[in-house]
Design a protein. Structure first.
Length: 472
């Protein structure tokens, strides 16, 4: 064998003993989209992904790294600390056609260039401080030293390394939400309801520990956003209506249909506090849409037949929240004093007969009964009559510009009618409660009058000036 032949044979033997031949490709770092970043400097550690192949911007038919299984690890820049925290087998990846191709470990992966696989380098221990350099190692499994020689088992002469920087710059949290016109007042932005649109120019405030730290107004799409440090702090987002505020403030015509405060913690890059709904009402009252108690025991019979059995359930009140309509009988016994209509299987005719007789009974000065028949008419108007066509109806019960939801009136009057003393509110009985009942009577009589000051919802958001005047 010639000298040249002996030298070539020795070189081949040395290479064979060293394991897989390292090709001319590279190992490098990218973000999760396979994009390199300037100076390999990343804002946070989870953004760093490991790639292999011909290299950034190189054609896919270029040389990659050697095929086979490889291990990888993260160390300090000085190679004196192993920072990777998971088991070695979770850091094993298979190379095919010079690129990472198969991985069965627990790390996040992403598609990379040249049909390759990107591997997230986390989990690894990040060091305190900012703008710190780290080193990632990759070595063929055949060249790994189980005795942990070299750098924690990675022999420099058989490994590829790349240095990257983690700035650990303070991250921000986007706190976002939206404001919409909730025409059907169900608390959900329904894409199928054409009246439900974004409300631009609505004010939102951000509070922390009782102090307002920021405010903004919704954009044309109804969206708003606050940017705060991602430090895990707790904030409160507040929905601020245009002056004079929400009902029942004087001259207010807006009513919220969702919660108007939401909590938000800055522990993620994006915190969505959801949609905030509101409905507005016409400033001018809508007349001619009410019906009196006389209508319901006479001409209203066909309407109730079509509304059966809902009208019966309305008169009695739902289980656990009865309406407690009172008979013109002075008694402490609720079974005697409280009026109900028979439910199914009783016939409609039977139930309506009971209602008609109730509405036309002699009052005998019984405050509970006098109020109850007006409440009954309002409840029927809301469930089956003219009010039922609207998601919400309001009334200016005192003529002072303060609107009240009819649904709230019906709920609040239960406090009086379900009072155990309400059965004995005839002349000379429980005068304090009688006075309260007669005080409420005007509200319901007005509601049941065709000239009543009822205000119905607008079909589009009521206009307002933005930014709001008089609010800093």
């Amino acid at each position: 064998m010639t000298r040249t032949a002996r030298r070539f044979a020795g070189l081949v033997a040395a290479l064979c003993l060293s394991g897989p031949l390292l090709a001319d490709g590279v190992v490098y770092v990218t973000n999760s989209l396979g994009q390199t970043v300037p100076f390999t400097s990343f804002d946070t550690a989870p953004e760093v992904y490991l790639a292999a192949g011909p290299g950034p911007g190189q054609p896919c038919n270029g040389l990659g790294i050697a095929n086979g299984d490889w291990y990888f690890q993260v160390t300090t820049f000085a190679n004196d600390q192993l920072l990777t925290t998971d088991a070695l087998e979770h850091r094993r990846v298979t190379v095919q056609n010079g690129v990472f191709a198969t991985y069965v470990g627990t790390r996040a992966t992403a598609p990379g260039p040249c049909s390759s696989l990107l591997l997230q380098l986390m989990p690894f221990t990040t060091l305190p401080g900012t703008n710190l350099d780290y080193r990632v190692w990759a070595t063929p499994v055949a060249n790994y030293d189980p005795g942990l020689g070299g750098v924690f088992g990675f022999l420099p002469e058989h490994s590829r390394t790349v240095v990257f920087k983690v700035r650990n710059a303070p991250q921000d949290t986007r706190i976002r939400g939206e404001k919409f016109f909730d025409f059907n007042a169900n608390g959900t932005w329904d894409a199928s309801v054409p009246e439900e649109v974004a409300i631009p120019g609505w004010r939102f405030e951000l509070w922390r520990n009782g102090v307002r730290v920021a405010f903004t107004f919704t954009d044309a799409a109804g969206g708003f956003e606050f940017l705060q440090p991602q430090d895990g702090a707790s904030y409160e987002v507040r929905d601020i209506p245009p002056p004079p505020g929400y009902i029942p403030n004087p001259e207010a015509f807006w009513h919220p249909t969702t919660s108007i405060t939401r909590g938000a913690s800055t522990n993620a890059s994006l915190v969505d506090v959801g949609d905030f709904g509101a409905i507005s009402f016409n400033e001018e009252p809508t007349t001619g849409i009410s019906t009196s108690k006389g209508y319901w025991h006479n001409a209203g019979m066909p309407v109730l037949r079509l509304c059966d059995p809902l009208w019966r359930e309305t008169v009695n009140g739902p289980q656990g929240n009865p309406l407690c309509l009172r008979r013109p009988i002075s008694s402490n016994d609720p079974s005697v004093s409280i009026f109900t209509v028979p439910l199914a299987p009783a016939s409609f005719t039977t139930a309506y007969f009971h209602l008609s007789n109730y509405l036309t009974s002699r009052a005998r000065g019984h405050a509970g009964y006098i109020l109850s028949v007006q409440v009954c008419a309002t409840a029927l108007n809301r469930a089956c009559g003219p009010f039922s066509q609207y998601s919400l109806v309001t009334v200016d019960v005192r003529g002072d510009g303060r609107l009240t939801l009819v649904d709230d009136l019906l709920q609040n009057v239960r406090t009086l009618l379900c009072d155990p003393r309400a059965g004995r509110t005839g002349p000379g009985e429980n005068e304090d409660l009688r006075a309260l009942m007669f005080g409420c009577l005007n509200e319901f009589e007005q509601l049941n009058s065709e000239s009543g000051a009822t205000h119905t919802p607008t079909t589009r958001p009521k206009s307002f000036s933005s930014p709001y005047a008089g609010i800093e």
